[in-house]
Ligand binder design. Structure first.
Ligand code: AMP
Length: 274
């Protein structure tokens, strides 16, 4: 596995690949099995796999966890090497950002609802860094998790609307034995908080059970989810279609149910695709 920290060096190195398929997995590191599932899929589906580890400052709001975001760079290198990654890109922020950059603004509605409403400007930074990383790596396929459903939607929208010739591969959510969606931020949780966090996947499970019994009213399903979300501080519960339009009624095959909640001081998100 080759490791690059300099953008120019990586671009120069990649110029040798003319006909190979390139898979790209952008991450913020502290890799877990969720990341590894994306990486393994890329390794299977491409000649070359590039993983980036970059805790992107522009997608964090003032007062968020940028400074304490978990860092495990040595372990991450081993994970990547073991998973068959060809190229690991670990840039500093100076390698990615310049002075007085052009502004980057996410779509005015879909980029500022749900996650974008509670973290205003978050998706500006996400799309900015994703576009830069895609321009650097020029992948055939780029791998994103459904865990960050709104991010995935906005990245696909950007690819389409900026006419980029990149295939976005949507990857399933990986969960732990208690069904909690894996996240680097789960490391912040104490064991008591982990117990309380279980009510998040439980609430989504409850929703699918109701739907399978024929309940299609979003209002009723949201109420039941709220009842199941005990000992966490709910930020939002929302039911949208795959284009992030709010749904009054569940549409089978076109629905995402999303939850964001604080467990202690840790903010967790989860969702389920119906
Ligand atoms: P992050 O390092 O949190 O920015 O995540 C990097 C990529 O991994 C994103 O595309 C995430 O959606 C994806 N990801 C994170 N957690 C999971 C998970 N539990 N299952 C599947 N994909 C995930």
């Amino acid at each position: 596995m080759k490791i690059f920290t300099k953008t120019n060096k990586l671009i120069q190195y990649l110029s040798q690949y003319k006909s190979e398929s390139i898979g790209f997995v952008p991450t913020m590191g502290a890799l877990h099995n969720g990341h590894i599932s994306l990486i393994k899929r890329s390794v299977e589906e491409n000649d070359i796999t590039i993983v980036s580890i970059f805790v992107n400052p522009t997608q964090f709001l003032e007062g968020e966890d940028l400074d304490k975001y978990p860092k495990k760079i040595e372990a991450d290198k081993k994970v990547c090497s073991f998973a068959g990654v060809d190229i690991l890109f670990i840039p500093t922020k100076e390698e990615i950002y310049f002075e007085d950059e052009l502004s980057f603004i996410a779509p005015k509605t879909k980029g500022f609802i749900l996650e974008g409403y509670h973290r205003p400007g978050h998706f500006n930074g996400v799309l900015q860094v994703v576009l830069k990383l895609l321009n650097i790596t020029k992948p055939t396929n780029a791998y994103f998790g459904k865990k960050d459903a709104q991010q995935l939607y906005l990245v696909k929208k950007m690819i389409k609307e900026l006419f980029l010739n990149i295939n976005i591969v949507e990857c399933e959510i990986v969960r732990d034995e208690s069904a909690l969606a894996l996240s680097s931020r789960n490391e912040y949780l104490t064991s008591a908080e982990k117990e309380r966090a279980k009510s998040i996947p439980n609430s989504l499970k409850k929703a699918t059970e109701l739907i399978s019994k024929g309940e299609l009213s979003s209002v009723k399903i949201k109420k039941e989810i709220a009842k199941t979300l005990i000992e966490v501080k709910v930020e939002y519960i929302e039911i949208v279609d795959r284009d992030f339009n709010k749904l009054e009624q569940i549409e089978l095959g076109n629905t995402i149910i999303l939850v964001a909640a604080y467990v202690g001081t840790t903010r967790l998100i989860d969702n389920i695709w119906i």
